[in-house]
Write a protein that binds this ligand. Sequence first.
Ligand SMILES: Nc1ncnc2c1ncn2[C@@H]1O[C@H](COP(=O)(O)OP(=O)(O)OP(=O)(O)O)[C@@H](O)[C@H]1O
Ligand SMILES: [Mg+2]
Length: 265
Amino acid sequence: MMSAPMLRLEGVQKSFGGLTAVAALSLEVPAGCVAGLMGPNGAGKTTVINLITGLLRADSGVIALDGAPIQHLPVHAIAARGIARTYQNVRLFAGMTALEQVMAGSYLRRRTSLMASFLALPSARAALRMTRRRALDLLARVGMAARADELAETLSYGEQRRIEIARALGAGPRLLLLDEPTAGMNAQESEAIGRLVHTLRDDGLTVLMVEHNVRLVSDFCDQVTVMSFGRALVHGTPTACMADPEVQEAYFGRKEDAQRIRALR
Ligand SMILES: Nc1ncnc2c1ncn2[C@@H]1O[C@H](COP(=O)(O)OP(=O)(O)OP(=O)(O)O)[C@@H](O)[C@H]1O
Ligand SMILES: [Mg+2]
């Protein structure tokens, strides 16, 4: 028997005024998969992530997690179902250490413990110790344990991105959405993120990542969906997607050029 995919989008539509950012998009991500979402600038990739997480509401269509529709749920309820994300632009707090960034993430999720800690209740001190240990574990998970006490702004871009991933993991997600996790990184840093994503998958997480780096997608994604102007152009293995003339046209120019280049090989 086929089980429901972990994430399913069906006919998802989102317009901003006259602009259709996502048009009748259907997409499936099986459990335990690293799925890539590619497409030129403005294709609608971030909008898809915002729709899945409930930050934006779809005009129509179904978004289902483990077969259950979630498109009507508010952000916190979707997060509680096990979906966490990182943002295209790093969102860390200035003046806070790597450890504090990750700890703040779990405090924001448990507001009552924040109040208790203001009152310095013994239970709050115990909770704080636990939160701290947990945050350290999360930093270790993304290879950042040694940087725990560094201020976030003194860390490299790649390290800041890892902290964001640690913070997202703090919510205990089953599905992790990464919006351009390697933007602005060099080849080595990017590949290291790819390897980290693989270790997360090996731990049982399902990952959907927006990624422009063709090499990274080819090496680390099990499946790819390429979007263009809000639509899914192609869906399949990285190799099949990259070879598709429509993808080559969307990325590299005219279809005729892509076909001519292919014929020359
Ligand atoms: N909140 C918004 N209000 C109005 N238009 C928006 C909004 N968010 C996105 N758009 C528009 O929707 C389209 C898709 O944007 P989106 O950010 O999803 O693209 P993207 O594929 O993530 O692009 P990039 O690679 O540049 O990050 C763009 O034309 C964008 O300007
Ligand atoms: Mg984007």
